[in-house]
Design a protein around this ligand. Structure first.
Ligand code: ADP
Ligand code: MG
Length: 283
């Protein structure tokens, strides 16, 4: 059975938005020395918006956005919502298929259009300007028309303003932070610099995130914080899995040991402080 002091501590944590699922999770929480953080939605607002469009000769920005949006209107990816919102008009697409972690392809007005990561699609003559946008922290997707690069679309997802303070407070608690992301390395490093995070693992596939968590856990007791849905395997592989922004009905709560009702990363150092003091009282 769970000691009453632990029950009380778990109850107190729930009042500041930290739901701890069990007494065992509470006790393990107090031993955490490292935190791995998913970038999109956890460090960022998850409100991506198109902030730059580069085009090849003879292609207009509006054309490029409409070709891309014709495909993206079929996708639920956060980048897709940004691109659809930026397109001036709607066009129909046929034979649309999405490749998870890479991009999307289909036929628009008789031409084969592909939209996806610069790892998946070459940027051709746009490559050096694409790198420039990534260095400014934008995620860039490349647009191909019949196999030729015709545009690059830069999407910005702002860092949550409370993140740098949370990272500094964790450092003061001797808790290290690693950023995990499927996004490209240049974008990831630009955002990490603003967040105050030195250790960045970018261009990860979902299974690579799990491998990274296992590696970090061997060195120090590690918590993983993510939005819970596509991060479920990584949350499960961590010593403590934390789902952020969970609501009561969420599947995220199921795969995590701890759930935060809000998106404020400062809840992590606050909850550590609480759990460490709780352990001290118990032991
Ligand atoms: P994250 O780890 O940031 O959630 P994903 O694994 O979902 O990233 O996707 C990795 C990359 O694949 C994205 O940054 C993007 O370049 C590309 N990508 C994935 N889905 C799409 C899509 N629907 N449209 C365009 N690009 C996409
Ligand atoms: Mg993600």
């Amino acid at each position: 059975s769970v000691p009453l002091t632990v029950v009380a501590a778990i109850g107190a944590a729930s009042k500041f938005g930290v739901i701890i699922k069990s007494g065992a999770a509470f006790e393990r929480f107090g031993t955490i020395r490292h935190v791995a953080v998913d970038k999109t939605g956890t460090l960022t607002r998850n409100e991506p918006a198109v902030t730059a469009v580069l085009t090849a000769d003879g292609v207009s920005e509006d054309q490029a956005l409409e070709w891309a949006a014709a495909l993206e209107q079929r996708s639920t990816h956060p980048l897709a919502a940004a691109i659809t919102a930026a397109a001036p008009g709607a066009r129909a697409a046929l034979d649309v298929t999405e490749q998870a972690g890479h991009g999307i392809e289909g036929t628009v007005e008789g031409a084969r259009i592909t939209v996806g990561s610069p790892r998946w699609l070459n940027a051709g003559p746009l490559a050096s300007r694409v790198a420039g946008l990534e260095e400014q922290g934008m995620t860039v997707v490349i647009v191909h028309r019949d196999g030729t690069p015709v545009a690059a679309i830069g999407v910005r997802d702002e860092l949550r303003p409370e993140v740098p303070e949370a990272v500094r407070t964790l450092a003061g608690q001797a808790v290290g932070v690693t950023m995990l992301t499927g996004d490209n390395a240049r974008t990831a490093h630009a955002l990490a610099a603003h967040a105050g995070i030195d250790d960045v693992r970018a261009e990860l596939r979902p299974e690579d995130k799990t491998t990274a968590i296992r590696e970090l856990s061997r060195k120090a007791s590690t918590a993983m914080i993510g939005d819970g849905i596509n991060d479920a395997p990584a949350l499960a592989a961590a010593d403590i899995g934390i789902a952020m922004g969970a609501t009561g009905s969420d599947a995220a709560i199921e795969s995590a040991d701890v759930a935060f009702t809000g998106h404020d990363l400062r809840l992590i150092p606050r909850a550590f402080d609480h759990a460490r003091r709780g352990r001290h009282i118990i032991n």
